[in-house]
Design a protein around this ligand. Sequence first.
Ligand code: ADP
Length: 471
Amino acid sequence: MFLKKLLEQRHTLSFRLTLWYGGIFIISSFAVFLIFYLSVASVIYGRIDDELSEDMEEFASYLASKGFEEFIREVRDEIDSEDPEKVFFRAMRSDGSEIISSDMSLWGNPGIGKKTLKHMSSGETAFETIFIPLKSYNTRIVHKKIGQDIIMQTGILLEKETRLMSVFKKVFGISMITTLFIAALAGWFMAKQALSGVEQVTQTAQKISEGAIDQRVSVKSGGNEIEQLANTFNHMLDRIQKLITEMREMTDNIAHDLKSPLTRIRGAAEVILTSNNSQNEYEHMAASIIEECDNLVEMINTMLDISELETGVRKIEFRKIKITDIVQDICELFEPLAEKKNQLLLCNASEQLMIFGHVKMIQQMVSNLLDNAVKYTPDSGVITVSLHKNGKNKVVLSISDTGPGIFEEDLPHIFERFYRADRSRSKAGSGLGLSMVKLITTVHSGDIIVQNLSDSGSKFTVMLPDLSFSS
Ligand code: ADP
């Protein structure tokens, strides 16, 4: 069960981090131990070598100063004073024949290796560590040529030292296992702590994929990398949720706006099919079907234009244009419409101003704003168009009317696609005009604001960079 869980975890980042952490911890602990072990070993064995060397020097000086007989006596005294199981002394001739020695049957009569012989012939003290099968521990042996034809050999059983080092190894083994366990636990805990934010992001993403789009990752205000990730994730979700809501609203609006003209077209076609009308009435009905279709096509075209502009698919070529001329032309175009409603259309656009832009788009922008002004202003109202330059290198176009104005609650939404204030439903329209205006100002690096006038009516103000600013 535990193994199964562990296997499931093996691809997770927490598991890998734990593995890395534990691995690095163990390797470095092992390296530290090894250095420590080797240092202790070199001190302990170095001390033994020093003692053995001193013995050799003593024997050599005895032989040199007091003669062969005294030397033999000294060796015998040493043999008698030491435990024959633990220390041996042996004096030999160069041909290997023994002069005096401890009971070598207890030591299996160790010979002298070639390497040792080579060392001795150059006058050096030669050390070696060997394992004698009769003994349970290693033996450290020293050889030295102390006279013309005398080789002295002393061996010492490394019992205490080997025991000490094996206790040391045991303690290390236990410490390593405990350390590994603690390192793995600490590593796992740290990895879990560090990645808990990522887990939260994953869980939230899972819930969202199951449909709970309003879920968010709870973020502390610490600002570490994971919290920043969670924050970015939450922002992204806000944006996606907003887009989804907008898209839903848009599809609802499209469905709503397509339904009424289509119902009217169907009704007219049905009447043509089922009733006996005069040629004149048929022509009238066909004309109204054509008009409805034209409106539908215009609405679809506007939607396509907006989406092309928004996605940047449409390449717009800007050039130096005379905005004053455009505004004057559009005013002239709307004059008859305003007259029809007995409205006064004032056009204050005399200052010759240039901008860097697209003629058709600017025409459409001014038309949409004027069309709304004429449409929503009641008969005998006044519409004022004004074009001037303000001090901040901006060309300002304002269109104000004496119409009903816009409800405060509608103001933040009127530039949204398909948004139509409830009281405007009686007038023809698609709710796309102002969103197109907003887009056009945006692609011209400009801005648009709307405000209600104190008496009555509303005022739309478009600000565009003037030529000197954009070029
Ligand atoms: P519509 O096709 O409905 O005119 P628009 O996008 O041009 O669509 O305008 C959105 C809404 O803004 C309108 O439905 C209307 O409620 C409001 N609006 C726009 N211009 C005016 C105006 N000059 N006076 C009053 N309300 C306006």
